[in-house]
Ligand binder design. Sequence first.
Ligand code: FES
Length: 155
Amino acid sequence: MKKKIEQAIKPFGKERGNLIPILQAVQDNNRYISEDAISKIADKLKISEHEIYGVATFYTQFRFTKPGDHMVKVCLGTACHVRGGAQILDRTEKTLNILPGETTLDSAFSLERVVCIGCCALAPVMVVDDKIYPQVNSSDVGKIIAKHRSRHKKE
Ligand code: FES
């Protein structure tokens, strides 16, 4: 983990303007931004950890806790919302027994609410890892989660 953090930070200069690209690189490499990563970034850019958290928490793209093995995203952009996105999210929350931003106890799934993933014609959409599920209805949610849960057990 430490090595991956260092690899992500290394290509960047020490200018403060590199903060956001560094945070993105760390998250891309490690799937989230750990306390250790914040500390290393603070050392490199010579700014306080407090300031880094202040900037990073402004952006919803950054995660500060380790995500589950599978990322479930439910779109609540306008097109998805008007076609039942809120019901999809509600069913997903109940199926996984977590709220957006949380991870299941077995670390299998994390849930995120997103605002448009750019395929509005397929609304309402749900995404698990890189797989997009188009025109989802509430009764599909359990099957979609079960499919990925069985893959998770095989891994
Ligand atoms: S609003 Fe959901 S994909 Fe655009």
